[in-house]
Design a binder for this molecule. Structure first.
Ligand code: PMP
Length: 285
């Protein structure tokens, strides 16, 4: 079955799904996106993703392509048409087509593109082994709170990690970890406190982060939202990442050294279990 892709109101076979070369998403990375997880044919935390999309659009003075209700209706139809039960739904809004020039065009129509990718989300083989992570300088721009498609710096970092035989990179600015290439970063300190960077322009406000920090607090685990250094990772008992597609995933090696005993830690495993157990309750589409 050919996958159908949503492009501005139409559901088109993959080979016919096209956007103009004059689209500002193509020319300027003038576009924002969201990735939500499909579990049992439903989208997890979709409303929270749509809220973050609205914020990204507003920070860039970009018009929404249509109402949230229209987006949700199209998402629903796309899931049905493609019959994906587990995987990802990618959604991208760009400022649309205009002659190439730096200022925002006065008259352009935002475009909306969405597609699904089937993927094993629950059964990720890395759960048992954990991830190997390297540190690398954070080369990104200074508005990482806006989820734009300008993703070359994290792509370079991820590529560097793979070349080094690792799974991912944690990006470092002024000796503090900002976040992973496509995830938020956490350590568990020697006194069992979860540390993750506070929200601000330096990192993306992960939807999974919000859910997981809430679960940690409910479980009586102390959480400190402040930056941590490379040296603190080396001293940590556990480390992990969160993202919509990875949920909670253990980090067992950092720059070639074991984190803790080099195995997924108990707090990480506990949070992953709670996240998965409640994911279907949070499947809101
Ligand atoms: N930080 C960055 C840079 C990301 O790309 C992502 C994934 N979108 C996240 C954090 C995690 O966000 P979420 O939990 O909403 O997937």
């Amino acid at each position: 079955m050919t996958r159908l892709i949503y492009v501005n109101g139409d559901f088109l076979p993959e080979q016919d799904a096209k956007i103009s070369v004059l689209d500002r998403g193509f020319l300027f990375a003038d576009a924002v996106y969201e990735v939500s997880t499909i579990l049992d044919g439903k989208l997890v935390d979709n409303k929270a993703h749509l809220r973050r999309l609205a914020r990204s659009l507003s920070e860039l003075d970009m018009a929404a392509p249509c109402s949230d209700e229209d987006i949700i209706a199209a998402q629903h139809k796309l899931l049905e048409l493609n019959g994906v039960k587990e995987g990802l739904l990618y959604l991208q809004v760009s400022r649309g087509v205009a002659d190439r020039d730096f200022p925002y065009p006065e008259h352009s129509e935002s475009s909306l593109v969405m597609f699904t990718q089937a993927k094993n989300i629950l059964d990720n083989p890395k759960i048992k082994s954990g991830l190997k992570v390297i540190s690398t300088p954070d080369l990104r721009w200074k508005r990482r709170d806006i989820k734009t498609v300008g993703l070359l710096a994290p792509s370079m970092a991820k590529q560097e990690a793979l070349r080094a035989g690792a799974d991912d990179a944690w990006m470092v600015e002024d000796d503090f970890i900002t976040e992973g290439t496509s995830n938020n970063a956490y350590i568990v300190t020697p006194d069992n406190v979860i540390k993750t960077r506070h929200l601000g322009n330096e990192i993306l406000a992960g939807i999974t982060r919000t859910a997981v920090l809430k679960f940690a607090k409910e479980a009586g685990i102390d959480v400190i939202e402040e930056p941590f250094t490379v040296a603190e990772v080396k001293q940590a008992k556990e480390a992990f990442i969160t993202s919509a597609s990875m949920f909670v995933m253990p980090v067992v090696n950092f720059d070639g050294d074991d984190v803790g005993n080099g195995k997924p830690g108990p707090i990480t495993i506990q949070l992953r279990k709670v996240y998965i157990a409640t994911a279907m309750e949070r499947a809101d589409l």
